[in-house]
Design a protein around this ligand. Structure first.
Ligand code: OSB
Ligand code: MG
Length: 383
């Protein structure tokens, strides 16, 4: 990342909430979602020559603390009462690095921080008319797209139907959400239906207990299926469980929930808890940390890939820019807009031969369509 962007003089920070219905329910081992309450951070400021710029960031928190401790109402509160005041207390001239340094004394709330970091960076980049991907050092103009398939209401049969649909559309790999009771049978069926024409991986979202012999038997059976990876079988803090079983499995373990920063990633790889790391801008507190994780993983020889949190076009634009940098060679959980929304908040992302195009406009290269914001709830945090 090039650190030379001029700061912006922030004139206002707003939280914008938009409720977005998903095109179909998304069920994981931690619950069933039918809509997302999208929390956007909007930063307004003056660039170097006093032109007004607006920057956007999407806070990827779920409504409830089911994926990690973070949840949307908590993120809104911590942004309002702590993060934004600490960022602007002494000086309203800021750059994205300040979101790291001025907030160093505050713990956690990485998704909230990340939204603020991306919004500030988006504004800075728009002020100098530079795309985020270029700023990050992108090495490709399109990124390979995977699709994350939730646990379907209709069981294995529905999973096969959905899988076939996504393969027809051209997705380059399928990730299936699993939980105890929905694992070996559906994933085996998918393997048998589509053979090895399709890269297949699974994500347990921490649903398995390494002390339960039935859980371990299911994971051992999945290990026979030649999957690309097994994502986060055990709890976020259960690194020793991951290491113990990863050593027996052929399938590489990928960690998602366990990895909060570059040190977590290096430690997890060093102890054998994973061989692959899922990088999410929100989960790790922003783009700077996401790039630092890439650096540490590369030094350790571990592949990384860009995960998703059912983002709208705002969050996806940042994800796709990140997925375009060196080291992000595996397909991202970045699907086309129509996989999530009947109408995205922004100009949509389309699947082209299994890829999403990296935005080329200034900043993240996407902004909410004004009509999409019409019914939004807006709260002023600063200015
Ligand atoms: O574990 O990767 C996950 C969505 C919400 C919370 C956690 C996860 C996910 C996904 C969605 O898998 C991926 C996407 O945005 O397409
Ligand atoms: Mg995951």
């Amino acid at each position: 990342m090039r650190p030379t962007l001029p700061p912006i003089a922030v004139t206002a920070v707003d939280l914008v909430r938009v409720v977005m219905p998903l095109v179909q329910p998304f069920t994981t081992s931690f619950g069933r979602q039918t809509e997302r309450t999208v929390l956007l951070v909007r930063v307004r400021g003056d660039g170097a020559d006093d032109t007004e710029v607006v920057g956007w960031g999407e806070c990827v928190t779920p409504a409830a603390p089911v994926y990690s401790e973070e949840f949307t109402d908590g993120a809104a509160l911590v942004l309002r009462d702590h993060l934004v005041p600490a960022l602007l207390r002494r000086d309203r001239e800021v750059g994205a690095e300040e979101v790291g340094t001025r907030l160093r004394h505050l713990h956690g709330h990485r998704m909230a921080r990340a939204a603020l970091e991306v919004a500030v960076l988006d504004a800075q980049l728009r002020a100098v008319d530079r795309p985020l991907a270029e700023h990050l050092g992108a090495v490709r103009d399109r990124v390979p797209a995977g699709v994350s398939v939730g646990i379907p209401d209709g069981g294995t049969h529905a999973l096969l139907e959905q899988g076939a649909g996504y393969l027809d559309q051209g997705y380059l790999r399928i990730k299936v959400k699993i939980e105890p009771g929905f694992d070996v049978t559906p994933v085996t069926a998918l393997r048998e239906a589509f053979g090895t024409e399709c890269a297949l991986q699974v994500d347990a979202n921490a649903a398995y207990d390494a002390g339960d012999p039935d859980h371990l038997a299911a994971l051992d059976a999945l290990d026979e299926l030649g999957l690309e990876m097994l994502e986060q079988p055990f709890g976020p803090a259960r690194l020793r469980d991951h290491a113990r079983h990863a050593a027996r499995w052929r399938t590489p373990v990928c960690l998602d929930e366990s990895i909060h920063d570059a040190t977590d990633a290096a430690d997890a790889i060093a102890m054998g808890a994973c061989r692959i790391v899922n990088v999410k801008i929100g989960r790790v507190g922003g783009l700077a940390e996401a790039v630092a994780i890439r650096d540490r993983c590369r030094a350790a020889g571990a592949p990384v890939w860009c995960g998703g949190m059912l983002e709208t076009g705002i969050g996806r634009a940042a994800n796709v820019a990140l997925a375009a940098i060196e080291g992000f060679d595996l397909p991202a959980d970045a699907s086309a807009s129509d996989r999530y929304w009947s109408e995205d908040l922004t100009e949509p992302f389309h699947l082209l031969d299994g890829y999403l195009e990296v935005p080329t406009g200034p900043g993240i290269g996407r902004e909410p369509r004004p009509e999409a914001l019409r019914d939004a709830e807006v709260e002023r945090l600063f200015g």
